[in-house]
Ligand binder design. Structure first.
Ligand code: SAH
Ligand code: MG
Length: 224
């Protein structure tokens, strides 16, 4: 099979799976539409990946979720749908403008009772949470600036309980992590290596089909 044929096949397979298991959803469509209108970059997870996030949170029985990188709240809506009524998702976002768009999208989704968007640099917000004795999280989704991924991993380990899941987006990023010369991918490459070697975690990267191939890291904090 030609390279282009196999790429087309992968896209068709992704569309097939999405049609069946992540069909169009008015609340999610509206979140994307409002984010676009507000000028946010279109870098949210795909519909199928959103469904995967939700499933993983459900399988983990998550009651407390931490998200690092809110954007317009698209992935937050998927994750928050996995929560019980008294569950909590705290999502961290640098941009006040993005956070405001996200809050409106979350409100329309009827999830404002479970989701809190905090504005600021994630590293500072995470330090505050650790110092403030924040209750441990059952699941963390890392999806903010890639340059700080190693810091986010350490904070995630401090802020989770044994058995918790730590997920991270964009850990393959078009295959750029495979190229040792690619400076842009250096931190994510180190992040991937660190997780692979860290005895505190049991993990894998799941390749994800998008416009380009990407990856979702699924790591479990050992000990429970
Ligand atoms: N999880 C979202 C996409 C997040 S995109 C979704 O899939 O729907 C990455 C987000 O991280 C952007 O909104 C960006 O503003 C935010 N971000 C970048 N640097 C940050 C930082 N230092 N602290 C907190 N958020 C940051
Ligand atoms: Mg991402």
């Amino acid at each position: 099979m030609e390279e282009n044929d196999s790429q087309q096949l992968l896209r068709d397979v992704d569309a097939y799976v999405e049609r069946l298991y992540a069909p169009k959803d008015p609340v999610l469509e509206a979140a994307i539409e409002d984010s676009r209108r507000a000028g946010l970059p279109e870098i949210h997870v795909s519909a199928a990946q959103g469904k995967l996030l939700r499933l993983l949170a459900e399988i983990a029985g998550a009651r407390r979720i931490l998200e690092i990188g809110t954007l317009g709240g698209y992935s937050a809506i998927h994750l928050a749908r996995a929560l019980p009524d008294d569950g909590t998702l705290i999502s961290l976002e640098l941009s006040e403008q993005y956070a405001e768009v996200a809050r409106n999208n979350i409100l329309r989704a009827g999830l404002d009772g479970r989701v809190e968007v905090r504005v600021g640099d994630a590293n500072s917000l995470l330090a505050e949470m650790a110092e403030g004795g924040e209750a441990p999280f059952d699941l963390v989704f890392i999806d903010a600036d890639k340059t700080a991924y190693l810091d986010y991993l350490e904070w995630s380990l401090r802020l989770t309980r044994p058995g918790a899941l730590i997920l991270a987006d964009n850990t393959i990023s078009g295959g750029s992590v495979l190229d040792p010369q690619n400076e842009n991918a250096r931190v994510v490459r180190e992040f991937n290596q660190k997780i692979a070697e860290d005895a505190r975690l049991s993990a894998l990267i799941l390749p994800i089909i998008r416009e380009v191939v990407d990856g979702l890291t699924i790591a479990r904090v050992v000990g429970a």
